[in-house]
Design a protein around this ligand. Structure first.
Ligand code: ZN
Ligand code: ZN
Length: 141
């Protein structure tokens, strides 16, 4: 296990993660497209393994699943960094593009592909779900 570090565009929010990564997915749900203008690329970590400096702002939205999703972002530069869901307590999504080394983690799966735009670059070599991942795991990230 190696220490992962990252932060927002302006540097106000920084974080360190000391845990092995969980599942990593590209999410094409419409909520993700609105915040990222594309799919979001995400990895799950135990929430208590993420040490954050600075104070992200948050926005709550009820997902189609009925879960309440709280997305956290830098209030100064707008970068989205984290997402939590009542559907997966104790686990936090980290946006892979905010890692100092975004190549450190490679997504294995595309989810919610049915709502991707027709021009989306969806890696056909990865596992794919038109909706949420098949496991009982949480849906939208
Ligand atoms: Zn920032
Ligand atoms: Zn999504």
């Amino acid at each position: 296990m190696k220490l992962l570090t990252g932060g927002c565009l302006c540097g106000e929010i920084r974080y360190e993660i000391s845990a092995d990564p969980g599942p990593s997915r590209v999410c094409w749900c419409r909520d993700c497209q609105r915040i990222a203008s594309n799919g979001t690329v995400n990895v799950l970590f135990p929430s208590n393994a993420i040490r954050i400096t600075g104070t992200p702002s948050g926005h709550d939205k009820k997902a189609d699943s009925g879960n309440l999703v709280t997305r956290r972002f830098c209030a100064t530069c707008g970068s989205h960094l984290f997402s939590d869901s009542t559907g997966r307590p104790g686990l936090t999504v980290v946006r892979i593009g905010t890692l100092d080394d975004p190549s450190a983690i490679k997504p294995s799966t595309n989810i919610w592909v049915a709502s991707a735009p027709h021009w989306a670059c969806v890696d056909q070599s990865l596992e794919r779900f038109d909706g949420p991942p098949a496991a009982a795991a949480p849906a939208k990230t």
